[in-house]
Design a protein around this ligand. Structure first.
Ligand SMILES: [Zn+2]
Length: 121
């Protein structure tokens, strides 16, 4: 499509929609990139993938937790766990704060509670 719209061959480069709409067929929105990473960099720069669905997902998780009577791990606990040195075991942290080992582990590895800001406890 880029070759058709610009009249020039793409030379083995990748073409993508700069407007980030996968259904868009406007030839003026077509851009070339040398790699998929370049395309991702573009999407990140324009904000398409900057946590688009993160807030929605977190809200859904909170709602489901509340429906099951679960209380989210307080931010203060998350900060303490993050700040703990490697000499403290994950299990000890979990016991100390009354949360599951798995939860403490995920917090430590940065796999959960990403919404809690980094920094002072
Ligand atoms: Zn477009």
């Amino acid at each position: 499509m880029l070759s058709i719209s610009s009249g020039a061959p793409t030379g083995g480069k990748l073409a993508f929609m700069a407007c980030c709409n996968s259904k868009c067929v406007n030839p003026e929105h077509v851009r070339v990139a040398a790699s998929k990473a370049e395309i991702c960099a573009h999407y990140s720069a324009v904000g398409t993938r900057k946590g688009t669905h993160y807030e929605q997902r977190i809200a859904a998780v909170r709602k489901a937790q509340a429906a099951r009577g679960l209380v989210p791990t307080p931010e203060s606990v998350v900060r303490v766990i993050r700040a703990a040195g490697s000499e403290v075991t994950t299990r000890a942290l979990a016991r100390a704060h009354g949360i599951a080992d798995q939860t403490a582990s995920r917090i430590r590895r940065g796999e959960s509670h990403r919404g809690v800001a980094q920094g002072a406890a």
